[in-house]
Write a protein that binds this ligand. Sequence first.
Ligand code: ATP
Ligand code: MG
Length: 269
Amino acid sequence: MNIQIENLTFRYPNGVLALRGVSLHIASGELVAIIGQNGAGKTTLVKHLNGLLLPSQGRVLIGDWDTRQYSVAKLAQRVGYVFQNPDEQLFTKTVADEIAFGPRNLGYPKERIETLVEDALHLTHLETMRSMNPYDLSPTWRKMVAVASILAMDTPILVFDEPTTGQDAASVARLASIIAELRRRGKTVLTITHDIDFCAENFERVIVMGGGQVLLDGTAKDVLGQEEILAQTYVDPPQITRLGLRLGLTEVVCTPQEFLDAFERRCSA
Ligand SMILES: Nc1ncnc2c1ncn2[C@@H]1O[C@H](COP(=O)(O)OP(=O)(O)OP(=O)(O)O)[C@@H](O)[C@H]1O
Ligand SMILES: [Mg+2]
């Protein structure tokens, strides 16, 4: 399902102009990272995808649905959104109930709900915690519950707002494998992140935001080598990319493996 954002401008009631004419097309099955400094407008942008916010000007289409014409409940059939803070999202007494809430609310049949809950528990490694109260879990696992509860809704589009913040290495690796699995399943995945290595290693397309606008939009290689523009929004390229640039490698590298390959080619040239 395609996402079409046309000349989107958004002003909060207090007058803050958080988005200034953002236009983006995101095709079905794309894996997209959104990066940029605090206050750049990333969360404001993605909250337009499920109708939590509506454009002040411009429009947002999810498939053929204009978000101004559909309720948040209806848009939840198409877009799952994992909040920046899981505590804004969790409210039931057990992990399994929390995960079942979304698909139940979407009116899926009982067997499908059971299958989806098991799949989400499995993907997030939460099987053994299914009967626990989410609030008895560590913040790391609470985040996983928030992720699982969105996975179980089986929407074509999933949005993760800073999933890696405050997560340990094991949890970050788990998130990376969940995103890879979603890609295999043909889902569209948008992820806001401040973790530039996570961005470089897991996403094909990178959108850079600053001051409510899109500053850069392209492949990770195209975008992460542009040190000067990234600096405008206080983003440093990954260390490995900077090392490659300093060494004068002719191509931009985003991961250690790409660095090694490019370095080897230079040595043998
Ligand atoms: N509820 C709100 N009311 C008024 N202004 C807001 C509100 N939420 C965000 N803003 C302002 O809108 C701008 C964009 O904020 P937004 O939360 O979208 O940024 P962000 O890129 O997600 O930042 P962060 O990386 O800190 O999460 C900022 O200037 C912010 O202060
Ligand atoms: Mg945010």
